[in-house]
Design a protein around this ligand. Sequence first.
Ligand SMILES: [Zn+2]
Length: 438
Amino acid sequence: MVKVRQAYRFALDPGPAQERMLRSHAGASWFAWNWGLARCQERYAAERRWYSAMELHRLWNAAKKADPALAWWAENSKCAYQEAFRDLDRALKDFIRSKKGERKGKRLGFPKVKKRGRCKDSFRFSTGAIRCSGTSVTLPRLSVIRTHESTRKLARRLENGTARILSATVSRTAQRWFVSFTVEVDRAIPEHHARPGSAVGIDLGVRTLLTGVDEAGTVIAVAGPKALRSSLRKLRRASRAHARTTPGSRNRRKHADRLARIHARVAEVRADALHKATTDLAGRYETVVAEDLNVAGMLANRRLARAVADQGFGAARRMLGYKTGWHGGRLLLAGRWYPSSRTCSGCGWRKPSLTLAERVFTCGACGLVMDRDQNAARNLLNLAASGAESLNACGDRVRPVPDGQRPAKQEPGTAPAGKTGTAAGQPAAAGQELTHAH
Ligand SMILES: [Zn+2]
């Protein structure tokens, strides 16, 4: 048995009084963040250092009793304040590490003041009565809140002792409240995959959700559900309608709400489809090879941005990472400069450039004509097959996948409201980076 962290996310159906409590807690959380940030800035100006989460908590406990203007604090669980201080502490540390170049990813700015209505409504509980029955969840101060969907899967695990809730994060996405439990789960991870030697190359597409080619040459094409395409059409229409409204008008707010709801729906449908596809792949193949796309770089390209976000490349890679691990398999990532789309999977010839509009790959050397995504998937599969030798030959390191292996922190709207506890998580060891042989 291996302990892995998983997130279980459920849509909530709070009553009106509970809804008010949820808003109050979210308000307490951003108030505490801003309050803590102001104290840290004061101290920094004088002593060139900040307060830790613990120190902020102590300061807050003194201030809330001394200042009558803060008397409302008692309406909310103390967790809402405490966790906000912890988040702030982490944000300040991440900022420093990023500044020193010790942190991967985009350079982080100094933590910002949260503005009412402009920040995400969210708060967390890490202690107290956090429970989950088949149809509801119990949270400190908020008591029993009905869930929009069944929570039975998690409830059963809690009952038989194979899961333990570490924390509960409550957040709002497009007028709907969600709770996301971070859960430590006992998982039986087989030592070997059920189908040793099986492998599949995966191209995460812009037009299709996913295209795969396996070692037997079988092509797996996942177009994405109809619901996703129709939601996307709705999204386009809604965003055009939103753009036509007058800034600051009530009509614009109405359209913005509608747009946010459709966005959330698209994210739900997409995540659901990705969960199904990646579960299937991880069960069927010992080795899954995918591209390590530079999503941050691609998002800078505005034309591509929506498509990339829609397809959730990052989410797909993360899912493949932990799910292959759960099945005793592995995820290999091709180096991010490996031109899988431009390379001929037949002879290795490289096309100088390939636009996204070109859906068919035509080889200038051997004359191969193949669907673009299929050609890319084949290249990734070939890369894995040749991988071990070339890695040795080049002396390249094989190292764990650097990103996406943190305890599952799901983005808003990534778990479908209609699904029972869609899980995301993290295995002990997931993928390895496969550097392309030059
Ligand atoms: Zn060729």
